[in-house]
Design a protein around this ligand. Structure first.
Ligand code: GDD
Ligand code: MG
Length: 359
């Protein structure tokens, strides 16, 4: 079966990181987000993934030049301009010749949703499309999906005003579609599956939905992006998401080639060739390959990407440091700050909930 994975968004909420790296190429613990997604699809027997790319397609092609990932064949559908979600699906289906029942996934969602039961449910109901649903505390920043007693979708309300949603079950960003749905998507302009296609299918009574309590997160904001890694390390996901290095202490995963002289606490990943100097402390964090954490630095609730340096006595709390970035000695970075690739933060600087460099 084919799956179309939407990876064309610009990742605006993760800027300036996403100026260099598309969101789905950013690391979640030890591998890119797209590898987590394709791995999950592979475990459900999907044999071809069509990546619907617009923004920075070169980053994906360079990373996976063999056209294969996790044992799954990869095809690329590169949009000449962003066509929005339904436009992107129709374009990808056409350019990769998708002919049978297929899956569509939002590429920035990480989940352990059981796709086997979603497919079975879809076949059982016989609708044109079936949406996977997940419960959330605040549905206002998602697609809200009320259903009737037969699981038929009665309306699709994208991003309702706070306090107005009729249910807390939201579109989990995974769908089963029949090719007939594509006939509803006009060509030559942007078309949103959430604002046009699903409401039309709901009106015709041919749209169904199945909810699941399986692990689910949309990684679009800095806070959720960090959380996605910590959830893996806290064991909230299936074992397949865990890093492949041995667990040295409970929840601490340290690559054997890393040199650790400081203290590495629980729920921490230290990648290949990283150096953790004496007197430093790391907890609830990811320190990727070849990163350097100098003496006396303290890191918690953060993601430090490949080759970055955290200077002596710097404090990094709930923040993201891009690949190759240099955080000078005695800096204080907190509040879900995002530091771009290869930036230099001068010694002694303080950043709270900031973007650096700023736009
Ligand atoms: N190829 C392509 N072209 N992909 C796109 C485009 C486009 O023009 N626009 C968005 N995407 C991709 C994004 O990369 C992302 O993977 C996915 O489509 C969804 O876009 P987001 O921008 O992340 O949307 P959202 O998070 O605000 O809302 C969507 O996801 C929620 C679940 O996380 C909606 O589908 C909601 O209904 C849903 O609840
Ligand atoms: Mg999203």
């Amino acid at each position: 079966m084919d799956a179309i994975v939407l990876v064309g968004g610009e990742g605006t909420r993760l800027r300036p990181l996403t100026y260099d790296i598309p969101k789905q190429m950013l690391p979640i613990v030890d591998r890119s987000m797209i590898e987590h997604v394709v791995g999950w699809l592979a475990r459900h027997g999907i044999d071809r993934v069509v990546l619907s790319v617009g923004y920075r397609p070169d980053a994906f092609v360079e990373a996976f030049p063999e056209g294969e990932l996790c044992g799954v064949r990869l095809a690329y559908a590169v949009e000449p301009e962003p066509l929005d979600t339904a436009g992107a699906v129709a374009f990808a289906a056409e350019s990769a010749s998708v002919r049978d029942t297929f899956l569509v996934l939002n590429g920035d969602v990480l989940t352990d949703f059981d796709l086997g039961s979603l497919l079975e449910f879809h076949r059982d109901r016989g609708g044109a499309a079936t949406i996977g649903l997940t419960p959330v505390a605040d549905p206002s920043s998602f697609g809200v999906v009320p259903t009737d007693s037969e699981s038929r979708v009665t309306a699709f309300i994208e991003k309702p005003a706070p306090g107005t949603a009729p249910t807390n079950l939201i579109n989990a960003g995974c769908y089963v579609l029949e090719p007939s749905v594509l006939e509803l998507v006009p060509t030559g302009r942007r078309v949103s599956i959430e604002r046009e296609t699903f409401p039309a299918l709901a009106e015709h009574g041919v749209l169904y939905a199945l909810s699941s309590d399986a692990y689910w997160i949309d990684t679009g904001t800095p806070e959720k992006f960090v959380r996605a890694s910590l959830d893996v390390l806290h064991g909230l996901r299936t074992a397949a998401s865990l890093p492949s290095v041995p667990e040295s202490a409970r929840g601490a995963f340290v690559d054997p080639s890393a040199l650790v002289l400081g203290r590495v606490g629980p729920a921490t990943f230290v990648g290949r060739g990283a150096l953790i100097a004496e007197g430093s402390e790391i907890a609830d964090s990811v320190v990727s390959e070849d990163a350097v954490v100098e003496a006396g630095a303290r890191i918690s609730g953060s993601v430090v990407m490949a080759g970055a340096r955290i200077g002596a006595r710097a404090v990094l709390e709930s923040s993201i440091v891009g690949p190759g970035a240099d955080v000078g000695p005695s800096c204080n970075v907190s509040g879900f700050s995002v530091l771009g690739a290869r930036c230099n933060l001068e010694a002694g600087s303080t950043l709270v909930a900031a973007r650096f460099p700023s736009e």
